[in-house]
Design a protein around this ligand. Sequence first.
Ligand SMILES: Cc1cc2nc3c(=O)[nH]c(=O)nc-3n(C[C@H](O)[C@H](O)[C@H](O)COP(=O)(O)O)c2cc1C
Length: 148
Amino acid sequence: MNDNQKSPLIKLVYFSEAITPLDNLDVEMILKGAREKNHDHHVSGMLVFCNSFFLQCLEGPRAEVNEIFDAIHSDARHFNMNIVEVSEIQKRQFPDWDMDYIGDVLMKKLDLDLDLPELEEYEQFYPPHLSAETLEKILVHMRKLKTS
Ligand SMILES: Cc1cc2nc3c(=O)[nH]c(=O)nc-3n(C[C@H](O)[C@H](O)[C@H](O)COP(=O)(O)O)c2cc1C
């Protein structure tokens, strides 16, 4: 991803709930067009879908991330959108991914790999009860699993 130094880079993390039960294929369909659009807007990131919750990190030039986020926010396929974090960044965490996707199978590995008491307490992936720090750890860990 080539970054134009003039435009500040930001990262935005949110979670939301799927409106209807979805399987991996449904989520891949959502992302089919999204990846192309993200690429055109120099937006990269990661989308986790587990236990009917989406957790997404969008990163890129500020105006572009806002434009994409606007479209996602209006999408009727999910609801209860909660912004977890918006920050200016020097470097992307997911520079090579127009939008990578993590489904339940990889998420199941989380419990085994990470010592996250918050996760153990609720047993299932339930973002409303998780801190920004824990959600960030999940995203970073997923990136490591995908690249290892
Ligand atoms: C959970 C979720 C994540 C999405 N992620 C993206 C994304 O990363 N980039 C994107 O362009 N669209 C994404 N979409 C699709 C957008 O909501 C929207 O349908 C798409 O950007 C087309 O919008 P437009 O018709 O206004 O151009 C996502 C949708 C959902 C439900």
